[in-house]
Design a protein around this ligand. Structure first.
Ligand code: ATP
Ligand code: MG
Length: 553
């Protein structure tokens, strides 16, 4: 079957755009933007917005800008900007243009002057606290500021002097003059400029007044010729302000704001402020800690761009806020890695097995397939020798019913190698098992012996040929499904979200493998090489277990 774009499931945004295109609105152009504030690393919620904005452009042969919404310099940084560019590119998207709200500071200022000249903005000397009180409540109209009817000339003079740095921070604000009695509080003369003496990461000290988000966003969209300004539901009540500004000003165009539901993912947090707190208070090792729902964290954990994009498509775009199960994201990465990850063998908690009837110095280079279904992945060499390591829990002295692994006096198959039988269990003075003495059947390489059925298959590595590894097993970062709804989300941080195994041994081929760094470790899970690896010790992160262990909850 030929898969075309029309095979994509529809959603209300796709429908709006299809209708706009057939009406030849915006001359048939589609222009979107992804507008992060560079005050933290991007998270999985941003991935939803990125896939939507860039995806909408791609589907419609349109454009999508990456625009930094950098109007709040005290929380923003170049590090965050760089991380955002890296993450968007890693997901596989190319922005048409890289823009910054700060590119428009002069234009934004001139537009504000235009509003003042039209009698639609005034300089107010109320304090922030007074403005809050004057604003009123949902049930009570606001009260007009005594400065509301200041003369246009005076407003122009004061605004010029605000820019020139003649006043202290907070001494004045510029407010849009809309309607203090509006049922929509966003329209009760919102502040559009404030005085802030803060060094800006791009404009330096050129400005001591900074425009507010709502005012900046709509004008930036218009300057860039955005056709569809896609944002999350909390901006629905801000849309009248978005439209008011663009209706009152002579901007190049008037983009349509369309809101969609934010992603909320169970057992995690999608708020940069709270993620920042996890980092600064050291609940995690950094923004790219593999437990973090950041794109950098997911990447380090071994997630692929494909799995994240697949997830964003699956959850769909709607106007209803809902919680998505973590299992959906895990399903997407399992699907991808099951098809695309190389297989390898790693022993997480090793138990030594000596094969008594195997020649002392013999080493066999066994050829093992890299993927059971994908021949094109080829084979690798796995050395076999007299002393091997198996997983401690693949041997049992008191096997539960249906135990298919190794027990004394019985046989098991070593994956890709021989059938062995356990003859003797060696223990130390404390009664701990330290070694198994086994024998092998040389006629069982790659086939079952005549008339004998060997049910169990276990993984192994040759002790002398294996490499030391540290393996980090991750679990959910929170113990409650909706940490955001707890009184304090820090109270439900999972204390057991990281388990570090330091005595692991992995097969030698992992050292030289440069092509791939994501693996299915046979029977154990999906893993990814971590950047903490050194020449002496490889470090792997568990991306996801083989199956969903949480299913039964
Ligand atoms: P946070 O609360 O994490 O700081 P934000 O909305 O303040 O998020 P921005 O940098 O302003 O972060 O977000 C950039 C874009 O990503 C915005 O258009 C925003 O609507 C969108 N976005 C942010 N979080 C989510 C989410 N959870 N789901 C979908 N889109 C999101
Ligand atoms: Mg924001």
């Amino acid at each position: 079957m030929h898969i075309t774009e029309s095979a994509l499931p529809t959603n209300f945004i796709r429908q709006i755009i299809a209708a706009d295109l057939s009406a030849n609105k915006n001359n048939g152009k589609v222009a979107t933007r992804f507008p992060p504030e560079p005050n933290g690393y991007l998270h999985i919620g941003h991935a939803k917005s990125i896939c939507l904005n860039f995806g909408t452009a791609l589907e419609n042969n349109g454009t999508c800008n990456l625009r930094f919404d950098d109007t709040n310099p005290e929380k923003e940084s170049i590090e965050y900007m760089e991380s955002i560019k890296r993450d968007v590119a890693w997901l596989g998207f190319e922005w048409s243009e890289l823009r910054h709200a700060s590119d428009y500071f002069e234009q934004l200022y001139q537009y504000a002057v235009e509003l003042i000249k039209k009698g639609l903005a005034y300089v107010d000397s109320l304090s922030a606290e007074e403005i809050r009180v004057y604003r009123g409540t949902l049930t009570q109209a606001g009260k007009e500021s005594p400065d509301r009817n200041r003369l246009i000339e005076e407003n122009l003079d004061l605004f010029t002097r605000m820019r020139a740095g003649e006043f202290a921070d907070g001494q004045y604000v510029l407010r849009a003059k809309i309607d203090m009695a509006s049922p929509n509080i966003n329209l009760r003369d919102p502040a559009i400029y404030r005085i802030r003496r803060i060094h800006h990461q791009r404009t330096g000290d050129a400005w001591c007044i900074y425009p507010m988000y709502d005012y900046t966003h709509c004008i930036s969209d218009a300057i860039e010729g955005i056709t569809h300004s896609l944002c999350t539901l909390e901006f629905e009540d801000h849309r009248p302000l978005y439209d008011w500004v663009l209706n009152e000003l002579q901007t190049p165009c008037h983009p349509q704001q369309i809101e969609f539901a934010r992603l909320q993912l169970e057992y995690t947090i999608v708020s940069k402020r709270k993620l920042n707190q996890l980092v600064t208070e050291k609940h995690v090792s950094g923004w790219d800690d593999p437990r973090m729902p950041t794109i950098a964290g997911l990447r380090r954990a071994g997630f692929t761009p494909k799995s994240i994009k697949d997830f964003c498509e699956r959850i769909g775009i709607t106007k209803q806020n809902s919680w998505i199960e973590m299992g959906v994201l895990e399903y997407c990465i399992r699907e991808d890695l099951n098809t695309n990850a190389f297989r390898a063998m790693a022993v997480l908690e090793p138990l030594r097995v000596v094969i008594d009837n195997y020649p002392n110095d013999k080493v066999e280079n066994l050829e093992v397939s890299n993927h059971p279904q994908r021949e094109e992945f080829g084979k690798r060499i796995v050395p076999f020798s007299k002393t091997i390591l198996i997983e401690r829990d693949d041997f049992s002295e008191n096997p539960p019913p249906k135990y298919k692994r190794l027990i004394q006096g019985e046989e098991v198959r070593l994956r890709g190698a021989y059938v062995i039988r356990c003859n003797e269990v060696i223990k130390n003075a404390d009664g701990e098992i330290i070694e198994l003495r086994c024998s092998y059947d040389e006629n069982t390489l790659g086939k079952n012996p005549e008339g004998r059925k060997v049910k169990g298959v276990i993984h192994w590595v040759s002790e002398a040929h294996s490499l030391a590894a540290e393996i980090r097993l991750y679990d959910r970062l929170f113990t409650a499904p909706q940490p955001d709804n707890e009184e304090n989300f820090l109270d439900v941080v999972n204390p057991n979200s990281l388990q570090t195994l330091i005595n692991c041994r992995v097969e030698a081929s992992l050292k030289t493998s440069t092509l791939e760094n994501r693996y299915q470790f046979e029977r154990t899970g999906y893993f990814c090489l971590d950047s903490d690896s050194t020449n002496d010790k490889l470090v792997f992160n568990r991306t996801v277990t083989l199956r969903d262990n949480w299913e039964k909850d």
